[in-house]
Design a protein around this ligand. Sequence first.
Ligand SMILES: *Cc1c(COP(=O)(O)O)cnc(C)c1O
Length: 357
Amino acid sequence: MSQNLFFTVGPAQLFYTIKQHLNAALNEDIGSISHRGKEFQSIFAETRQGLRALLSVPDDYEIYFVSSATEIWERIIQNLVVSSTHHFVNGSFSQRFYDFTDNYRLDSSSHTVNFGEEYSDFSVPEKAELISVTYNETSTGYVFNPNNLSALRKQNPNKLIALDVVSAVPGIPVDLNLVDTAYFSVQKCFGLPAGLGVWIVNQKCIDKAKEKEKSGLVTGSLHALSSLKSNGDKNMTPETPNVMAIYLLNKVVQDMLNKGVKNIHNETIYKAVTLYNTIEQSSVLSPFIENIENRSKTVCVAKVRDGNNALIEQMKAKNLIIGSGYGPYKSEHIRIANFPTHSKEQIEMLADLLASL
Ligand SMILES: *Cc1c(COP(=O)(O)O)cnc(C)c1O
C-alpha cells in the first residue's frame, strides 16, 4: 500500500473514504449495471441532490455530468454564446478558456493581467454575451474577490456569468446565485479520481441554448445542453457515462455532508492560516500572491528561494508529495493543496517541516 501523502493540487490525494467506497462499488457490480436502469437513475438523482445540499445550488439550477472542466469550456461556447465573451485572465486556466474562444473564431475580449496580479478593470464590453471568471486560479493560487463577483452581477444583469469553481468547491463557499453557470472537475478539491466534470446551469442558460438551436445554429451533438436536459430530466445521460465516478462522487458528497459543510469551510480556513503563517515566517519561502484577500485558501502557492527542486525532493523522501509551480513558474514555486481530505494534523505536520527548512 502507498505511504505517500499527496499535497499536489490535481490529481490530488484521494478523499479518505474512497477505498471503502471502491470496494463497495465492486461488491455492488457498479461497473456492470445498465446506465438506462433504475439503479443508475437513483445514483444519478441522489448525487444531484447531495451536490445541491453541499454547494447550496439554487432550486431552479440544473446539474449535469460530463467528462471534465475543459470539456465544459467548449460546451459553454457551443451552447451559451453566439459571437462574443469577456474573460478575466491572470493565470493558465483562465487563459486556456479564452484561447478556446479563439479556436471558435469568437469576437471575444479579455482583461488580462500578469500571472497572479490583481484585476484593475471590471468593465465588460457591451457585445459580450457571457463573462468568464475563474474563482480559484489553480496555476497561481489566486482567488477572485466575491465582492467583485457581486459587482459584476449588478452591472451586467443581462449577460450570462460563468464561474470556474474547480479547486475551490467544496473547500470554500460560493454564492451560486451570483452566476448563471458554474463548473468543476472532481480530481481536485473533491479528492476523486479524474474523469468527471460537473456542470451547473440555470434556466437562462437552458433558454439561451434553445434560442440558439431555434435560429438554426449548432450547439453540438454529444453534450448539447438540450440533450443533457432531456436525458437529465429522466435521471440519465446522453451517453454511457462514467458510472463509477458518479457513484464515488455521490458517496464522497454524502460523507462531506455528514461531516458538515460549515466544518469543512472552517477547517479550510484554519489550515490555510497555518500554511500561510509558516510561508510568511520562512526565510526560504514567500507567498506568491501579494494581496492577502486574493490568496487562495485551497491552493497555497509560495516562491522558493533558489528554486523548488531540493525542497520537493526533501519532502518526497518523507513520502510527502508537494506540487511544483505551473507553466512559467514550474521550477520556482511550490503549490500546496489544502483540500477537505487533508486533516488539520497533516497540514500541521507539513507546516512544521516547512518551518524547519
Ligand atoms: C484543473 C482545472 C481545470 C481543468 O480541469 P480538467 O479536469 O483538466 O478539465 C480548469 N480550471 C481550473 C481552475 C483548474 O484548476
